[in-house]
Design a protein around this ligand. Structure first.
Ligand code: NAP
Length: 473
């Protein structure tokens, strides 16, 4: 029973797994909840916090990354502790977390990519965009991947913001990239890139594109790249035009259509690089014997499905697009985690409004919650996670009030002690601050926000002084 929990004498103890936006919003909401004393232990597999804000947001979008200021404020609140370089499921089990806390929130995101399921998908030169993104952002697990950027044409499959991010990264000039916090290995590789044309493939039309207005508009303002759209493909098909004219579409879709049509009407500047936006084409095969030589696409037409959505239907018209590199950008995918119930259809933890539930009975697992992409799937922008985390925190606090949270069987500190004995390289928040300061210091002389450390050993080395100070205490 959870009576009397949440007071100064008996604070609500919550473990949060994952230090991305959803984890940090949940932590902030718990630590600032009215009339509640809470303590949050946050665990992350990496030595560094911020999840996709560090490893996903494009390096040329520093304004989006500024959101970490909010998370820094949370990290400074009394009752918050960070334990980086700790893999839940390996260094510490779910059962251990559950035994030492009133509640555990999983905010672990969607670590892999959705597959296309077409021949040639695994040929050399065909990569998941999620991996390319993690590589250029210096994620230690991806820093040794190799991308052959010598081909003249790259094809990006998908019509979401990630597709536009990777297209833009391939088209930015060295000068533009050199001012960002892109990982040094990627800066070097992109500096000698031979890519001149980036073709972005949308399986539906401009009205159904998943990207947002600022990201599409940025393509039209690049220093050294033209954006090219064939007027025939920019024109809406009859069904989409009907939707567009009905006035019932959202503003994002309307402005996307207008922007694509404006690009189609533009005369190219003749810049050295081109981003070509294609519509109503689906990849059916990635071509090549031992490495990518092209993509075979089929032309689609749109049909109304029974639920009213316009879906792509293949015609028998195909086309081969020659290229030497393919980036498959058709979405991230969640994975089963720590033996928790998993919804195989949605690729999320099985949950209802953030309460992890038993798939058979539908009953909530007492004290186990989820937030962010592993709760709802890989959609929305960073701010979407605030609302998502709040729903989860509300469910947790309702369960607290209803006396439904299990009583932990041991003190948190005993778990942290055991963890440090088992795994001396745990990086606490002071360790992260040393890394942060070090990276910013490396960037400063070059006018860059930071130069990221991308090897786990380097990160642990720099965080080491914090560990030593902790050991002396
Ligand atoms: P996304 O927005 O879900 O877009 C996935 C795209 O892949 C859609 O265009 C989808 O087309 C297409 N697709 C799916 N299966 C396909 C197939 N078999 N063949 C061809 N195309 C296929 O995913 P995302 O781009 O990975 O982005 C993930 C989330 O992060 C999104 O919410 C995004 O807005 C967000 N994000 C935001 C920013 C930013 O704010 N700057 C940057 C990056 C990411 P259909 O629509 O036809 O299914």
């Amino acid at each position: 029973m959870s009576a009397g929990i949440g007071t100064e004498q008996n604070p609500l103890r919550v473990a949060i797994v994952g230090s991305g936006p959803a984890g940090f919003y949940a932590a902030g909401q718990l630590l600032t909840a009215k009339d509640l004393h809470a303590e949050v232990e946050m665990f992350d597999k990496l030595a560094t916090p911020w999840g996709l804000v560090r490893a996903g947001v494009a390096p040329d979008h520093p304004n989006i990354k500024a959101v970490t200021r909010v998370y820094e404020k949370t990290a400074k609140r009394e009752g918050f502790r960070f334990h980086g370089n700790v893999e839940v499921g390996k260094d510490v089990s779910h059962e251990e977390l559950a035994a030492h806390h009133h509640a555990v929130i999983y905010a672990t995101g969607s670590p892999t990519d959705r597959r296309l399921g077409i021949p040639g998908e695994d040929l050399a030169g065909s990569h998941a965009a999620t991996e390319f993104v993690a590589w250029y952002n210096g994620h230690p697990d991806y820093r040794d991947l190799e991308f052959d950027l010598s081909p003249k044409r790259a094809v990006v499959i998908g019509n979401g913001n990630v597709a536009l991010d990777v297209a833009r990264m391939l088209a930015l000039t060295n000068d533009e990239l050199g001012k960002t916090d892109i990982a040094d290995h990627a800066l070097e590789a992109l500096a000698s890139s031979g890519v001149e044309e980036i073709v972005v493939l949308g399986r539906r039309g401009p009205l159904q594109a998943a990207y947002t207005n600022p990201e599409l508009k940025e393509l039209g303002e690049m220093a050294d790249a033209d954006v090219i759209v064939d007027p025939d493909e920019a024109r809406l098909d009859a069904l989409s035009q009907e939707e567009f004219d009905s006035g019932e579409i959202d503003k994002t879709s309307r402005v996307n259509v207008e922007t694509v049509q404006e690009y189609a009407a533009r005369a190219p500047h003749g810049y050295p690089r081109r981003i070509v936006l294609r519509f109503l084409v689906s990849p059916v095969e990635i071509l090549g014997d031992d490495r990518v030589t092209g993509v075979r696409v089929v032309r689609n037409r749109l049909e109304k499905s029974p639920d009213g959505r316009l879906v792509a239907r293949a015609t028998d018209e195909t086309e081969d697009i020659e290229c030497g590199i393919v980036l498959r950008s058709v979405g991230y995918r969640g994975e089963p985690f720590a033996g928790l119930p998993f919804d195989e259809r949605r690729n999320t933890l099985n949950n209802e409004s953030g309460r992890i539930t038993d798939p058979e009975s539908g009953d909530p697992l007492p004290g186990v919650y989820t937030a962010g992409w592993i709760k709802r799937g890989p959609s929305g922008v960073i701010g979407t996670n605030k609302k998502c985390a709040q729903e989860t925190v509300n469910a947790l606090l309702e369960d607290l009030a209803a006396g439904k949270l299990p009583e932990p069987s041991a003190e948190v500190d005993s778990l942290i002690e055991v963890l440090h004995e088992r795994h001396p390289d745990v990086v606490d928040y002071a360790g992260w601050e040393l890394i942060d300061e070090h990276e910013r210091g490396l960037g400063e002389p070059h006018g860059r926000p930071r130069v990221k450390l991308t090897r786990a050993e380097e990160l642990l080395d720099v965080a080491g002084s914090a560990r030593l100070a902790r050991a002396k205490k």
